[in-house]
Design a protein around this ligand. Structure first.
Ligand code: B3K
Ligand code: ZN
Length: 875
């Protein structure tokens, strides 16, 4: 497999003005007639015409109506090269493809009872020969012909222009998309689908028909996505001034899908799990995720489709920006504090690990072997943080001016992250040249904080410094431009006035943003009447590791008083980490274990706080995950971490049992399920209380858990109960699992939850059970959701068992990856992520993990996807 470099970018030689596609659809053999109106790019010079193509059966090629001879072109397994073409020409290529043999789920494939496509990033070349790159934008007209009984609904991008019947039982449709688009946004769906409809009137008064297409048995599961879609459309008009631009917006739910969803123009295709929901089958988290994914894909209509990427190195141009947009949408519609906590939690546990590991890459990478491997938390989540920092630096209004200019200036173009930053700079008259290092340098910078108080002169000095560790290919880093939001708290926990040396007035506000641009800088606050506790990096104003040595007492103080909810939560997390790592240390030294009374009293106060949002209470009472704790250690000690966390959890449970009990009972009045921030908050706290009550090891609490499962009307409470039950060995557990399956085996979304809870069980025989479940009727290795639910959850979220000392977890993973790679390379490569941090474990485990990686690497016919990751891990 070969490497593609950003430095080698060249403009396309030939452009496609119009693409007319004709599909004769059939599950096992589909014929595609592609007619392309092409011309020489004025920015290039004439030469051979190269079209991408993979796994295609070529039937014929005509250039300006004339059939080409075999000597006129060269065919390889990756391309079709025509030696000579005029400056302007029409190319007709006929190919055949086999959707039912397509297990990679890229291009046109068969899933359940439908045919559908996935083209990003390079799937279109599996449909027909084409210059399959995002900077070739064309107007598509798509005709689909198929048997009317088997494929009653036939969809593509844009607006439906015409349809008709043939008298042999086939019918046809023609879709036209007036907006020029790259091939990765092409989509086609056919099947026997139920359609739920609604309407949206845009801000300029245009009527848009909204349609969600699902398998008929899921027709009762569309309401939430439809509401979310309307919320998204409204929000994008209000916050970014972006209006929808076609007569129809369609969403299709598909059972077999490699990712969450895809933003094809006018025809979004979704993983069924990311669109279908009812209170009985989906948890609050699912409802929440669906709302944000529907929004994300919708927002792409502007950030991604109207303005797209020049090349795939610019992927974060659309993904980082769109994630940032969906995060602020979710913050506006729900609890902003909870949203920020979840976003940062995700970033720190996933992206920081990626950035510290062998696959670390910049937000704008400069090389790749397989682009599918770069749909990463760095491109998405860190990319979102980078855009968020830009917004912090230019302010809300300045940011809107910048995005208006960006959309206006680049509408209909394929551009770069530099173009994005330039638009913000131009609209605000600022210089972001140093800031752009965030796009170019990988690695998580460390931000160190030192403070000094001078009581005589009433001065408080904040010394900030930065350091970024080396990452593959980048040994030395230049200093970043880091926005650091700070506040100063007095001994009562009140924000103090802030005035920096040299300023004539006091800063107006509780939080101000300092710009750290050197390796070290001092910020001198004057007229500081008492020694403050500095609250640094409020709202997590930059994606950095904060090195700030606060004592546990100071952390407890911030945990109780910080007016910034994020920092309040974060102080609590840091206190918990300190306490848990002390326990780990005691375990390693075989000391007697004790629980921190300070932490207990802080948690008690939080649990008793009737003013605080219950959702925030639940977050503040949640211990950091084992994986995150592992990342805080020089050498991760999986077993000690597990034992420490279990010990702490039990101690908290025992000492606060009465309060957990009271809260649980007071939150248990029966009320019909509704998806709104208040009810969701109540359920999250209720379930958290239940998990502590069960952790107290009081056998009566198991009955309470079973009672919750019995009386609840919703999946949020049912699944929370089941999750707790799977850690309890015994007949009640087996009964609960069996009953759950019997009740829900007809429902794929619920069955995946049933697989997941078993995969993360703490019981010792979990791996054996996971293996047994792979032969269960509920599991198919060809279905990505099944694989992620069972294998993915076991390897990622069950550290004690995945990292079993005998290496059984690693061998299991290697075996599955080799099997999956033959079927679906993208899914196989994703699973490898579980070994990302393999060098951070003890020598014995490293050896075992390395052996598994080498076992994979030794396979002769690896996909580019798995090859790239495995070789980078071993490098
Ligand atoms: N743009 C798609 C990603 C599809 C990539 C598949 N290899 C989903 C999204 O970010 O909205
Ligand atoms: Zn996206």
């Amino acid at each position: 497999p070969k490497m593609t470099l950003l430095a080698n970018y060249q403009v396309p030689r030939y452009l496609v003005d119009e693409a007319l596609l004709h599909f004769d659809l059939d599950k096992s053999k589909t014929r595609v007639i592609s007619t392309l109106k092409m011309r020489l790019n004025p920015e290039s010079s004439a030469g051979e015409c190269v079209l991408d193509g993979e796994s295609l059966d070529l039937v014929s090629i005509k250039l300006n109506g004339k059939e080409l001879e075999e000597t006129d072109y060269q065919l390889s397994d990756k391309s079709l090269v025509i030696s000579e073409v005029p400056d302007k020409f029409e190319l007709e290529v006929i190919t055949e493809i086999h959707p039912d043999q397509n297990t990679a789920l890229e291009g046109l494939y068969h899933s359940g009872r439908l045919l559908c496509t996935q083209c990003e990033a390079q799937g279109f070349r599996r449909i027909t020969y084409y210059p399959d790159r995002p900077d070739v934008m064309s107007i598509f007209t798509v005709t689909i012909v198929a048997d009317a009984k088997a494929w009653p609904v036939m969809l593509s991008n844009g607006n439906l222009e015409e349809q008709g019947q043939f008298n042999d039982g086939r019918h046809w449709v023609r879709w036209h998309d007036p907006h020029p688009k790259p091939s990765y946004l092409f989509a086609l769906v056919a099947g026997d689908l139920y359609c739920q409809q609604d309407q949206f009137t845009t801000m300029s008064g245009r009527e848009v028909s909204l349609r969600i297409y699902v398998d008929p048995e899921n027709k009762h599961k569309c309401d939430h996505a439809l509401v979310s879609l309307k919320q998204s459309m409204k929000w994008d008009e209000a916050v970014y001034g972006r209006e929808y631009d076609l007569d129809v917006f369609m969403i299709v739910a598909v059972n077999d899908f490699n990712m969450g969803a895809m933003e094809n123009k006018g025809l979004n295709i979704f993983n069924a799990a990311c669109v279908l929901a009812t209170p009985e089958t989906a948890t609050d988290d699912d409802f929440y995720t669906i709302q944000s994914i529907v929004a994300h894909e919708y927002f792409h209509n502007w950030s991604g489709n109207r303005v797209t990427c020049r090349d795939w190195f610019q992927l974060s141009l659309k993904e980082g920006f769109t994630v940032m947009r969906d995060q602020s949408f979710s913050a506006d519609l729900n609890s902003a504090a909870v949203q920020r906590i979840d976003d940062v939690n995700g970033l720190r546990s996933m992206q920081f690990a990626e950035d510290a590991g062998p696959m670390a890459h910049p937000v704008r990478p400069d090389s790749y072997i397989e682009i599918s491997n770069f749909y990463t938390v760095t491109i998405y989540e860190k990319g979102a943080e980078v855009v968020r920092m830009i917004k912090t630096l230019v302010g809300e209004e300045g940011f809107r001016k910048g995005t208006d200019l960006y959309f206006d200036r680049h509408d209909g173009q394929a551009v770069t992250t530099d173009d994005f930053v330039k638009a913000i700079e131009d609209a605000n008259n600022v210089d972001l040249s140093q800031f752009k290092l965030w796009y170019e340098q990988a690695g998580t910078p460390e931000l160190s904080v030192k403070t000094h108080y001078d009581p005589i002169n009433q001065r408080f000095t904040l010394t900030l410094s930065q350091f970024c560790p080396a990452t593959p290919g980048q040994d030395n880093k230049a200093d970043f431009h880091i926005p650091v939001a700070v506040g100063l708290l007095d001994s009562q926990g009140k924000n103090m006035p802030m005035q920096l040396q040299g300023e004539s007035t006091v800063y107006d506000g509780d939080t101000r943003v300092l710009s750290l641009t050197d390796s070290q800088q001092q910020f001198e606050f004057i007229h500081v009447s008492e020694e403050p506790v500095a609250s640094v990096l409020r709202g997590f104003s930059a994606p950095v590791k904060l090195k700030y040595d606060l004592s546990n007492t100071q952390l407890a103080f911030l945990m109780a008083h910080d007016t910034d909810s994020f920092n309040r939560w974060d102080a609590g997390q840091q206190l918990m980490i300190n306490v848990l790592l002390d326990i780990v240390d005691d375990i390693q030294k075989q000391n007697k274990l004790a629980m921190s009374p300070l932490l207990l009293s802080q948690l008690e106060a939080i649990l008793q706080d009737k003013q605080l949002d219950p959702a925030l209470i639940a977050k503040m009472l949640t211990l950091p995950s084992e994986n995150y704790l592992a990342a805080q250690m020089q050498v991760a000690d999986v077993d000690a971490i597990h034992q420490a966390r279990e010990f702490a959890k039990q101690q908290i449970a025992i000492s606060l049992k009465r309060l957990f009990n009271e809260r649980y009972e007071s939150l248990s009045q029966t009320k019909k399920y509704q998806f709104n921030a208040d009810d969701m908050a109540a359920r999250s706290l209720k379930n958290l209380c239940l998990s502590y009550l069960v952790a107290s090891h009081d056998p009566l609490q198991i009955q309470r858990c079973l009672r919750q499962m019995k009386v609840t009307d919703n999946m949020t409470e049912l699944l929370a109960g089941l999750r707790l039950m799977v850690d309890q060995a015994g007949p009640e557990r087996e009964h609960a699992l069996r009953a759950f399956y019997e009740q829900w085996k007809h429902d794929r979304q619920v069955v995946d939850k049933w697989l997941s809870v078993q995969a993360v069980s703490k019981l010792p025989d979990t791996l054996l059970r996971v293996k047994a479940l792979m032969t269960h009727e509920a599991f198919s290795i060809k279905n990505p959701n099944n694989v992620r639910a069972l294998i993915g959850q076991f390897c990622r979220n069950n550290p004690v068992h995945f990292h079993a000392k005998d290496g059984s977890g690693y061998r299991f993973l290697a075996e599955q990856i080799l099997k999956l790679d033959k079927l679906n390379p993208q899914v196989a490569a994703r699973m490898l992520g579980a070994l990302n941090s393999w060098r951070r474990y003890d020598a014995d485990r490293q050896k075992l993990m390395k052996a598994s990686l080498e076992h994979i690497a030794a396979e002769k016919e690896l996909s580019a996807d798995v090859y790239e990751i495995v070789t980078k891990y071993l490098a």
